[in-house]
Design a protein around this ligand. Structure first.
Ligand code: MRU
Length: 342
């Protein structure tokens, strides 16, 4: 894993040989961003099973449950994490059924198949990003500014990114876009990660502080806002990085279209609205300190890591299967039930 806590100052990779370390890396945000968390969880489950000392299917079954539970208790909001774990639970059940009575060979088969499943899931993320990028690019202005929030780029997905994938595909298609990047306090995913990614790719950007968002949406020639998502409810309400809700409201006020770009795995059609999305509370220290230096007196601070943008502020949700518009109950359900096209 590329350590996202250290960017942009240092480019450091970690290798993990124990699923518990993968879980800790997700919790500590070595890796972050909903789809990337899903890929990491998949890799973590596969790693845990591959390295397991279980001698029988029953022992492996017990250990598998512990592995899934450990990885599932890392970050609560991004539904891709639970989507990936559920997919592995289904795959394990299938494999276990086929491996019953096969002894050691059966266990070896499960181990290999789960590693392959994790690699497949990662490749699917990459493919999904490209498709999201193609659908989304058509909605971007041919020239001018596009605003994003947080980091919904390659670092957050393991592909080309969702929101940044849309921007990358538009730029590749010849659009002359400059990206407005809010710094995204308190964890600074915008300043540290999105600015780094775009700069590496020579995509023009201007970094702004979060409190400049309204000013730029009103006066800055912004043609569209495109953000990622951590969980999208059946009605289209979308949880994303804290600050997204404010951007969406200000975008509507200033008649700037507001788009969410996310894979189908970020849909949670089991919940009716955003009210049911669990919001992660992170440490107060991430608010009271900047890069380890205290910037406030010793007072209480709040740190909800995400907010929910009501669907009425969202012009469209861009997925790898197409673009959903209001009423989202029907458009999202149709996309969720559709098949991927090549
Ligand atoms: O706390 P983070 O950095 O994991 O939050 C990330 C976001 O909110 C992203 O916008 C979202 O996960 C989409 S990433 C393609």
């Amino acid at each position: 894993m590329l350590d996202q806590r250290r960017l942009p100052g240092e480019v450091i990779y970690h290798s993990y040989a124990d699923y518990r370390d993968v879980a800790k890396a997700i919790k500590d945000m070595v890796i972050r961003g909903a789809p990337a968390i899903g890929v990491a969880a998949a890799m973590g489950v596969a790693l845990g099973v591959e390295r397991s000392k279980a001698k029988t299917l029953e022992e492996l079954r017990v250990e598998f449950a512990t592995i899934c539970d450990t990885l599932g208790r890392t970050r609560p909001t991004a539904v891709d994490l639970f989507w990936a774990i559920d997919r592995f639970k289904r795959r394990f059940a299938e494999l276990a059924l086929a491996a019953a009575d096969q002894g050691a060979a059966g266990l070896a088969g499960i181990r290999t198949s789960l590693v392959e499943e994790a690699q497949k899931l990662h490749q699917e993320r990459r493919d999904a990003d490209v498709r999201i990028g193609r659908f989304g690019a058509e909605l971007m202005p041919k020239s001018g500014r596009v605003m994003t929030q947080c980091n919904a780029g390659a670092l957050a997905t393991g592909g080309i990114g969702t929101a940044l994938g849309v921007i990358r595909m538009a730029v590749e298609g010849g659009y002359r876009i400059e990206v407005l990047v809010p710094e995204t306090r308190p964890y600074l995913q915008g300043a540290r990660l999105t600015a780094w990614e775009l700069h590496q790719d020579h995509i023009p950007l201007t970094l702004i502080t979060d409190n400049m968002v309204g000013h730029f949406l009103k006066t800055g020639g912004v043609g569209a806002v495109v953000v990622g998502a951590d969980r999208i409810a059946s009605n289209g309400d979308t949880a994303n990085k804290i600050g997204t809700y404010g951007i969406a409201v200000l975008a509507r006020e200033n008649k700037v279209p507001f788009y969410v770009a996310a894979p189908i795995s970020t849909l949670d059609l089991s919940i009716a609205s955003g009210d049911q999305i669990p919001i992660e509370e992170r440490s107060q220290e991430e608010v009271t300190h900047l890069a380890g230096v205290r910037i406030s007196p010793d007072v209480r601070a709040a740190h909800p890591a995400f907010d929910v943008t009501p669907a009425r502020f969202i012009d469209a949700i861009i997925t790898e299967r197409g673009v959903a518009r209001a009423p989202f109950e029907t458009s999202l359900a149709a996309l969720a039930g559709a098949r991927d096209e090549g």
